[in-house]
Design a protein around this ligand. Structure first.
Ligand SMILES: C[C@H](O)[C@@H](O)[C@@H](O)C(=O)CO
Length: 543
């Protein structure tokens, strides 16, 4: 390796707020940092941690915003700095310091599914983008042997900047949209303009995901407005739901053939009492959402509620389904009968807005309306010999609608949420996404504007052993989607995507999915977003 100019690079490792997560994940972070330090040394520079390992806490992560501020107050603002991530991290622990930083910034993640480090880095990238902070980003499966990674790292060490090719991204101009899709989009846009719509937000801002909050001023143009709801109100409403009502929801789920995996001890296993509380939350969420006339709702859950009651995941998966337990409002009317009540996980408002638009578009185009977000968790080449395509692991931290799963309700499973993240447990809504054509999309904020990226992909089936390998490399309790993106490579996706989350929606065929994509692009454009199309259609034609 050619030597770069000798210099010291500061390293910052950001973590979760939860001590249990930071302790559990520390070993992998430590391993990754050592590998990175050795490559940086080979390149002639030196890594210096900007904050120490904390023996009493048994980890070396920054674990709060204040702690992050104290770390950044002491560092040279002009120094080159690497944010190295092997775990899920709360971006706001660092954002302040990176906003003030004057030296080159590099975010780095190892290509590992073990903990959501790639997810963490993508969130930080999205947050830095929204905050207009200049940064570079790199990822690699093996820092020590990946020549292309080393070349790019050397470039960053020498120049303070490294870029990636993003030629797969093309600005959407209405010309490419079929006339029918324009008509559908115009009708929905006009309705939003006249009648408006509401996103119910049960506590804004989850786990430091600054990128996920849409400033109200940017939302106004879309005709969608927020109803600021509170998780305390949700918890209070849960207390008004009777045991009988909760048992009815539970019985409904059981009758559908859903597979709960119960254990004996609620500390580490799933127990019925946790599920009953989730059934209460499901009813409470429907009722509050209905009372406020919401078109979509988002429950923050991971901070606050996590210490009070079981996880919201089973609730969220059901809300995103058309085949869900009926809930009556105070007037005795079933709330949104036969419809989804779109839910945006972790109150990612960019996903909420997308889900709200998707429901309307797919209803108008007679396509499946069930949507969800996933984490871009990881990806790998198929090891079963099924496909030569690169296969992503889209895997969200708890639930997806059963319509997305092979076998629907019967093919879906409820596991206890991992104790290190979710002390009060609760069932996930796990399943393996069924093969089919999808549209993926992401609304994000850049240059103070609302933007949307869209692309096409297919979900493929992989043999049981390969699916299990992927689940065991990540978090097996969570729902998985084997996705192959058309005309967008792993590195192109990583270079461009400005979020940890990605929205996905099925269509009946490849042709229908193309139509859905153009209709969504057109609608987003009419709502004032800057829209880009990424990659190709199923046949390889540029979008
Ligand atoms: C449980 C974790 O905090 C997850 O919620 C996290 O990895 C995410 O899903 C981030 O999108």
């Amino acid at each position: 390796m050619a030597k770069a100019k000798q210099k010291t690079v500061l390293l910052v490792a950001n973590g979760d707020l939860r001590l249990s997560a930071n302790q559990n994940c520390w070993a992998k972070q430590d391993e990754m940092e050592k590998e990175l330090a050795s490559v940086v040394a080979e390149l002639g520079a030196k890594i210096k941690r900007a904050h120490p390992y904390k023996p009493d806490e048994k980890h070396g992560f920054i674990a709060s915003q204040r702690e992050g501020m104290d770390v950044f107050a002491k560092i040279d603002r002009k120094a080159p700095i690497i944010i190295a991530e092997a775990v899920w991290q709360y971006s706001h622990h660092l954002l302040h310091g990176l906003i003030s930083h004057q030296g080159p910034i590099l975010t780095v993640a190892n290509w590992s599914g073990t903990w959501p480090g790639l997810v963490g880095m993508l969130n930080l990238n999205g947050s830095l983008t929204k905050a207009s902070v200049k940064y570079s980003t790199l990822w690699s499966e093996n820092f020590g042997s990946d020549k292309s990674f080393q070349k790019k790292l050397r470039k960053w060490l020498e120049t303070g900047e490294v870029t990636h090719r993003t030629g797969h991204v093309k600005k959407y101009k209405s010309k490419s949209a079929p006339a029918k899709t324009k008509k559908v989009a115009a009708k929905i846009a006009a309705d939003l303009d006249k009648n408006k719509a509401i996103m119910g937000v049960f506590d804004e801002f989850c786990m430091g995901m600054y990128n996920a909050a849409i400033p109200d001023e940017l939302l106004f143009q879309t005709g969608v407005f927020k109803e600021q709801l509170s998780q305390s109100a949700l918890f209070a409403e849960m207390q008004t739901v009777t045991q009988k009502e909760a048992e009815e929801v539970y019985g409904w789920i059981k009758k559908k053939g859903f597979n709960f995996h119960f254990g004996r001890n609620g500390k580490t296993g799933l127990i019925k009492a946790q599920v009953i509380e989730q059934c209460k939350m499901y009813i409470a969420a429907c009722r509050i959402g209905d009372r406020f006339g919401c078109d979509a709702i988002g429950i923050q859950y991971q901070q606050g509620l996590k210490d009070l009651c079981p996880a919201s995941d089973l609730v969220e998966g059901m809300l995103n389904s058309t085949d869900r337990p009926p809930v009556k409002n105070a007037e005795g009317k079933i709330i949104l009968k036969g419809e989804t009540f779109p839910h945006f996980n972790e109150v990612d408002e960019c996903c909420g807005l997308d889900a709200l638009l998707t429901k309307r578009l797919h209803t108008a185009l007679k396509q499946p309306v069930e949507t969800t977000l996933h984490d871009i968790r990881w990806g790998d080449w198929d090891q079963s010999g099924t496909t030569k395509d690169y296969v992503w692991v889209f895997l969200i931290s708890g639930s997806a609608p059963v319509e997305h799963h092979v076998g629907g309700w019967k093919g879906s499973h409820g596991y206890r949420q991992p104790a290190m993240y979710f002390p009060k447990g609760g069932s996930t809504l796990h399943g393996i996404a069924k093969p089919g054509e999808i549209v993926w999309s992401r609304i994000f904020i850049e240059d103070g504007k609302l933007k949307m990226d869209l692309g096409r992909a297919k979900v493929i089936e992989l043999p049981k052993e390969e699916t299990e390998r992927r689940l065991n490399e990540t978090t097996p309790q969570w729902p998985i989607m084997h996705a192959v993106t058309y005309g967008v490579s792993r590195d192109q996706m990583m270079a461009r995507h400005k979020a940890n989350h990605i929205n996905v929606a099925y269509a009946h065929s490849a042709k229908d999915a193309d139509k859905c994509l153009y209709a969504k692009a057109e609608l987003a454009k009419q709502l004032g977003m800057e829209v880009s199309l990424c990659g190709t259609d199923a046949k390889g034609k540029l979008l």
